[in-house]
Design a protein around this ligand. Structure first.
Ligand SMILES: Nc1ncnc2c1ncn2[C@@H]1O[C@H](COP(=O)(O)OP(=O)(O)OP(=O)(O)O)[C@@H](O)[C@H]1O
Ligand SMILES: [Mg+2]
Length: 290
């Protein structure tokens, strides 16, 4: 059988997914990702247990949970980097087992935990991995690499460097650029901005939010960082010991936790916010008194 003709020559094709759609989140949007009963067992250990989730077009869902709670395993089952023991995933209504692997790679961008850039390749070659696999013409690949480096706010002249000659934050931007290379409509990101100083981290988060809005990306974003989850998410799914305990808006989780674990988890940012409020009111009281 011939592979799909993935290298269509319409010069506007790659822009079609990028036209300013603005925020498109909402209950009226179609479901892009539908996971039903995803389960992963290794021997006797059930590491993900009956995970179900619907993500609407343009929505950003954060999976939040501690180390070993099953976040990476769940994310990798969504794009079949890991084969589920049970359960199914539909992408725009089509079961992912009915999609060819190259079609899945094209439609779903994936940012790996701990970046995972290929050290022996240049930045440009890293970004171009998927387009090259899909057989794009070299001129189109080169133009796309420069466009993406600009999109993630990197100077395109960095294309010829090795990842080891970049800072941690620059490497993470390259990871995002690589995941966006084949113009996916869906992005899965596994702790993409971990291990960065808070200022750089916030800058990368804000830049990702802009990209996500511009491209109307449907996103599942994994983190164990509560502040990151609360500030980025349309909805947060809390995972613990392989199960999805609660799914709701950041406000729902903070104000109406339905589970003891979620309640305990959310008490940390509430306490931190209260401590900062107290500090600020002391400061303004001291200012008023002087
Ligand atoms: N190939 C494997 N064989 C056996 N157990 C595995 C395998 N891969 C993962 N696990 C186990 O599955 C559980 C979930 O792992 P997973 O990587 O999904 O966690 P995580 O939530 O992403 O954690 P972290 O925040 O540390 O990245 C862990 O207990 C892990 O040890
Ligand atoms: Mg993980």
């Amino acid at each position: 059988m011939m592979p799909d003709p993935v290298d269509r020559d319409d010069p506007d094709e790659h822009l079609a997914g990028q036209r300013g759609a603005g925020p498109v989140t909402g209950a009226d949007q179609p479901v892009t990702i539908q996971a039903d009963g995803l389960t992963k067992r290794y021997g006797d250990a059930v590491v993900v247990d009956g995970f179900s989730l619907q993500v609407r077009t343009g929505e950003l869902v954060v999976l939040l949970g501690g180390s070993g709670s099953g976040k990476t395993t769940t994310l990798k089952m969504i794009n079949r980097l890991i084969e589920p023991t049970a359960g199914s995933v539909r992408l725009d209504g089509v079961d992912t087992t009915d999609l060819l692997p190259h079609e899945l790679r094209r439609r779903i961008g994936y940012v790996f935990q701990r970046i995972g850039l290929f050290p022996h390749m240049t930045v440009g070659e890293n970004v171009a991995v998927t387009p090259a696999l899909l057989g794009w013409r070299p001129e189109r690949v080169a133009a796309r690499v420069d466009e993406l480096l600009t999109l993630v706010e990197l100077d395109p002249t960095l294309r010829d460097r090795r990842p080891s000659a970049l800072s941690g934050g620059q490497q993470q931007r390259v990871g995002v650029a690589r995941a966006l290379a084949a113009e996916p409509r869906v992005m899965l990101l596994d702790e993409p901005f971990g291990a960065l100083d808070p200022v750089t981290r916030e800058r990368l988060q804000q830049s990702f939010l802009r990209i996500r809005e511009k491209l109307a990306l449907t996103t599942v974003f994994v983190t164990h960082d509560m502040t990151e989850a609360l500030t980025l998410a349309d909805r947060i799914g809390v995972m613990h010991e392989g199960r999805l305990l609660q799914l709701g808006t950041p406000r729902d989780l903070l104000t109406r936790p339905t589970d003891d674990y979620v309640d305990r988890l959310m008490s940390t940012p509430r306490r931190q916010a209260a401590a900062i409020d107290a500090l600020l009111s002391e400061t303004s009281a001291a200012g008023a008194a002087s």
